[in-house]
Design a protein around this ligand. Structure first.
Ligand SMILES: *Cc1c(COP(=O)(O)O)cnc(C)c1O
Length: 439
C-alpha cells in the first residue's frame, strides 16, 4: 500500500473507532490527527517519513528517547521469563528490586511501595491511605484534603476532587467531593519587587492560616513540588515546600508529594522535593518511571504509616487493588530506566544540557511577545502575548508544520524534551520556536 494512503486510512479508521483523550472530537473535522508509524530518539515519524520532534516527551513520560536500545533489551529479556503475575499473595524479582531501589532513592525514608497503573490511581491510593491512617490511629474526623490553587492531580473522581483546573473539573462538580484550595506559590503572582522566595513564604502563611482553622478535619495537603504542570507550568521557590513540611508537622496533616510529572530528574534533582531538603509522607510517581514505555505508578510511604495498617484485623489493612499492580514488564522497564540514570550520570549531565538549552533559548526569552520566561531543570515555559483565544490550537498546528510537537496550555508554551535531545535538535527546537513567535 502507498504510504500516504496508509496515513490517511489510519486517520479515518482512528476517527471512526477511537475516542481520543482530552479532545473535542468534532475539532478533528478541521484539525488533522497525526499518524505515528514509528518513533526513534526524540522523533515521531508517519508512514511517509514525515517527522515531528517530540518536545513534550509524549505527554511528559519519555525520558531517554523512543526505542531506547537499553530499555528495549531489558523488556525483551523480561518477556522470556515473566510478563505478569498477580501481586496479591505472589511476588517477583522486578517488583522487589524496583521497590528496594526506589526506597534507596528516598534515603530509605519511604520504605514501603504500593503500586498502581497510572498517575491518577496513585493519587487515589495516597488520598485513601492518608484517610485510612488517621482512621486507624483514632482520628476518623480527618477526612478532608487541601491542595494548591491551579493544582492538577489527575482526572478520576478522587484525583479530580483535589485538582483545580476549571476546564477539567467544572462539568463534573456534582460528582466530586469538596476539597479546599489555598494560594499557589507560583512566582508569577509575586508583587513588583517581591522575590520568588518572599512570595513563596507569603503563600505559606496562607497555608498556615488554613491549617490553623481546619487541621482537626484535614487528612493531607497534596502538592506538585516546584512545578504545577497542567495549569501551565507554574514554578515556585523550594522555600514553600520547607514551610509546608513544618506546617504539616505542626498541625498533624500528611504531606503528599505528587511527583508524577516532576520526579525522575525533571526539575534537576531526582525528586523535586530534594531541593527543599524535606521528605513527604507519601510520594506519588508515574509518567517517567518506565522511561515512557509502560503504564506504572507507585505510592511510597514511611514505616510509621505502614505499621498503622499492620494488624490481625483484615479491614485495618489497605484493601485496595488494580489488576495490573506491579506488572513485571513495567517494573523491568523502570529498572532499566534507573540503570540509565546511574550509568550515564543523568542528573549531572542534565545540568549541562539544561544550561545549553537555556542558552539556545535566549532569543525566545528576550522576544518582545514573551512574558515570564522560566526554567526548572529540564522544563522551560513562557507566556506569549496574544489576543487570540485559539492561540494554543493555531500554535500547535504551525509548530507541526515546522516538524515540532509543541502543545501550548492556553498561551503558555513549554518545552519538556527527552533527556537525549542533542545539540542539533536543540537548535532546531529553539530556532523554529523563535520563528513561530512572528505572527
Ligand atoms: C499527569 C499527572 C497526573 C495524572 O497521571 P495520569 O497517568 O495521567 O493519570 C497526576 N498528577 C500530576 C502532577 C500529573 O502531571
Amino acid at each position: 500500500m502507498q504510504t500516504s494512503t496508509r496515513n490517511s486510512l489510519l486517520l479515518k479508521r482512528s476517527l471512526a473507532a477511537v475516542w481520543h483523550p482530552c479532545t473535542q472530537m468534532k475539532q478533528h473535522e478541521s484539525l488533522p490527527l497525526i499518524p505515528v508509524a514509528r518513533a526513534a530518539g526524540c522523533w515521531l515519524y508517519d508512514f511517509d517519513g514525515k517527522r515531528y520532534l517530540d518536545a513534550v516527551s509524549s505527554w511528559w513520560v519519555n525520558l531517554f528517547g523512543h526505542g531506547n536500545p537499553q530499555i528495549n533489551a531489558a523488556l525483551r529479556d523480561q518477556l522470556e521469563t515473566l510478563e505478569h503475575a498477580m501481586l496479591a499473595g505472589f511476588t517477583h524479582e522486578p517488583v522487589v528490586e524496583l521497590s528496594e531501589r526506589l526506597s534507596k532513592l528516598t534515603g530509605g525514608k519511604l520504605g514501603h511501595c504500593f503500586y498502581g497503573s497510572d498517575g491518577a490511581s496513585a493519587v487515589e491510593i495516597a488520598l485513601k491511605m492518608s484517610f485510612h491512617f488517621w482512621r486507624n490511629t483514632g482520628q476518623p474526623e480527618k477526612t478532608n484534603f487541601v491542595s494548591l490553587a491551579g493544582s492538577y492531580h489527575g482526572e478520576t473522581l478522587g484525583a479530580l476532587s483535589v485538582t483545580d483546573v476549571a476546564l477539567f473539573k467544572d462539568i463534573y462538580a456534582p460528582l466530586l467531593r469538596a476539597s479546599m484550595q489555598v494560594r499557589s506559590p507560583d512566582w508569577r503572582l509575586a508583587e513588583a519587587g517581591e522575590s520568588a522566595e518572599a512570595y513563596a513564604l507569603r503563600a505559606a502563611r496562607a497555608l498556615e492560616a488554613h491549617l490553623e482553622q481546619t487541621h482537626a478535619t484535614t487528612a493531607a495537603l497534596i502538592v506538585e513540588p516546584l512545578v504545577q504542570g497542567a495549569t501551565g507550568m507554574a514554578m515556585y521557590h523550594a522555600a514553600y515546600l520547607s514551610e509546608a513540611r513544618v506546617l504539616c508537622d505542626r498541625y498533624n496533616v500528611h504531606l503528599i508529594a505528587d511527583e508524577i510529572m516532576t520526579g525522575f530528574g525533571r526539575t534537576g534533582t531526582f525528586f523535586a522535593y530534594d531541593q527543599a531538603s524535606i521528605a513527604p509522607d507519601f510520594l506519588c510517581l508515574s509518567k517517567g518511571i518506565t522511561g515512557g514505555y509502560l503504564p506504572l505508578s507507585v505510592v511510597m510511604t514511611r514505616d510509621e504509616i505502614y505499621q498503622a495498617f499492620y494488624d490481625d484485623n483484615v479491614t485495618r489493612g489497605f484493601l485496595h487493588s488494580h489488576s495490573y499492580t506491579g506488572n513485571a514488564l513495567a517494573c523491568r522497564a523502570a529498572l532499566a530506566t534507573l540503570d540509565i540514570f546511574i550509568e550515564k550520570q543523568i542528573i549531572e549531565s542534565n545540568r549541562k544540557l539544561s544550561i545549553a538549552i537555556s542558552k539556545a533559548a535566549a532569543g525566545i526569552a528576550s522576544h518582545p511577545r514573551v512574558r515570564h520566561f522560566r526554567n526548572s531543570g529540564m522544563i522551560w515555559a513562557f507566556e506569549v502575548e496574544t489576543g487570540d483565544t485559539s492561540f494554543a490550537r493555531d500554535f500547535y498546528q504551525r509548530a507541526l508544520a515546522k516538524e515540532l510537537l509543541l502543545r501550548p496550555i492556553e498561551n503558555t508554551v513549554y518545552f519538556m524534551p527527552p533527556y537525549v535531545i542533542n545539540e542539533e535538535e536543540i537548535t532546531l527546537l529553539t530556532d523554529r520556536t523563535l520563528a513561530l513567535l512572528e505572527p
